[in-house]
Design a protein around this ligand. Structure first.
Ligand SMILES: C[S@@+](CC[C@H](N)C(=O)[O-])C[C@H]1O[C@@H](n2cnc3c(N)ncnc32)[C@H](O)[C@@H]1O
Length: 198
């Protein structure tokens, strides 16, 4: 989505769980928007990013963790004894077709400093691992929003960060609530998945 534009108000998000963001805001405004939504529903909100330069810039009132989303889901969340009712997965960056130059170079430098090489297969796999772990710790009604995921035709394959998550999720019984159809640059898009409830 680039900027977080989804309106959460019409979703029946289970307020007994927490709102989790993996990939904190970096100019896009997603963290603040999710924090405000959680606050309005009296829900807990956690944002996770593995880049300390990103987490250090977050407002102090936001509950944040500086680690990978996978580590958070494997080691920290189970200790908290919480369930996740809405997960926004927007992390390991994906290099869209035709994307090159300054933006990709800057991303590569940022990830390189943290010992990670940008790679689209690794991005899709990382989001799949996180989706699987969120699914394990979900509330009965659970939403998962994956950013930078798109199809080029109405019946085409999903591409981008969620290219592995969506086929897996459909096998588990998730439905696609909303998704973007994008046929030209700037490649972007998102997919909103839901399991449980009506
Ligand atoms: C596209 S940005 C997030 C943008 C933000 N959601 C917004 O809309 O403003 C991706 C972020 O994911 C972080 N990241 C990449 N891989 C990660 C991982 N495995 N776990 C946690 N954070 C990760 C990067 O450090 C970067 O800050």
């Amino acid at each position: 989505m680039g900027h977080f534009t989804l309106d959460l108000k019409h979703l029946d998000i289970d307020s007994s769980g927490l709102i989790l963001e993996i990939g904190s805001e970096n100019g896009g405004g997603s963290t603040e928007k999710l924090y405000r939504y959680a606050e309005s529903k009296d829900m807990d909100f956690i944002t996770v990013d593995f880049n300390p330069e990103v987490t250090e810039k977050l407002p102090k009132y936001v509950n944040s963790y500086n680690c990978t989303g996978q580590d958070f889901l494997k080691a920290i969340l189970p200790e908290m004894g919480c369930q996740v009712s809405f997960a926004y997965l927007d992390n390991f960056d994906y290099i869209f077709p035709g994307m090159q130059g300054f933006v990709v170079d800057r991303q590569q430098r940022r990830y390189g400093k943290l010992g990670v090489a940008l790679d689209n297969e690794a991005s899709a796999q990382c989001h799949l691992e996180q989706a699987f772990l969120c699914h394990t710790y979900r509330t009965p009604v659970f939403y998962m929003l994956i950013d930078d995921t798109y199809r080029r035709t109405i019946d085409g394959d999903y591409r981008g960060k969620g290219s592995r998550v969506v086929p897996w999720a459909l096998e588990q019984g998730y439905e696609v609530v909303e998704s973007a159809l994008v046929g030209c640059p700037p490649w972007d898009g998102y997919v909103l998945l839901k399991i449980g409830g009506v």
